[in-house]
Design a protein around this ligand. Sequence first.
Ligand code: C5P
Length: 242
Amino acid sequence: MARRRQIYEGKAKILYEGPEPGTLIQYFKDDATAFNAQKKGTINGKGVLNNRISEHVFTLLDNIGVPTHFIRRLNMREQLIRQVEIVPIEVVVRNVAAGSLSKRLGLEEGVKLPRTIIEYYLKDDALGDPMITDEHIAAFGWASQEEMHDIADLAIRVNDFLSGLFAGIGIRLVDFKLEFGRIWDNDYSRIILADEISPDGCRLWDMESGEKLDKDRFRRDLGGEVEAYQEVARRLGLLPEG
Ligand code: C5P
């Protein structure tokens, strides 16, 4: 069989040509990077867990009417997705002060924010994903006003749903990152949720102990990365109770 064509290789995933036009295969690697790839490592088994967690979350989001690129999981590390034109913006939703927000504004980590905050970052590794505002997005045409309206609306719906989902299993959804894509139908396009939702791109804290169950374990050299990701999968009902 001819080796399938690789479309793109990112830090944690590879995209291959899919079986039908308009589809891609998303492969989840074990590679982990942080601080714009200045720190690199491998978390054995991470790809398998993220594939499963993202499948679960995207399926639940689809059930509540959030359009996503996810079609179906193919195997341990791969899922079939719809091909989209990625909007070059990383959308970060924050409920609790942590990470770069705490650093930038001098806020103590763990303090509940007065309201949910949405931030935008330009997807540009060479520039280190700089923070941008609606003004930059409009001025440089990275997305239309209508698309940004849809993106903000979807981000809030995802946040509301995920906050409840995780609260139900004793996890505080501190913040997370989303990516969106355009689907074209002749001259008309619409926005759908793309990429993945997994502990790689979320801050998930145990509600009782405050223990970090996400990629901060890797970023901050805390150890126990796989165990943390497994714990999230287990609480979501994706692993046998142990
Ligand atoms: O680092 P910062 O505090 O800005 O991250 C906010 C949230 O966005 C965290 O949950 C982090 O995992 C996620 N994020 C991401 N990819 C990036 C930047 C942030 O998944 N490139």
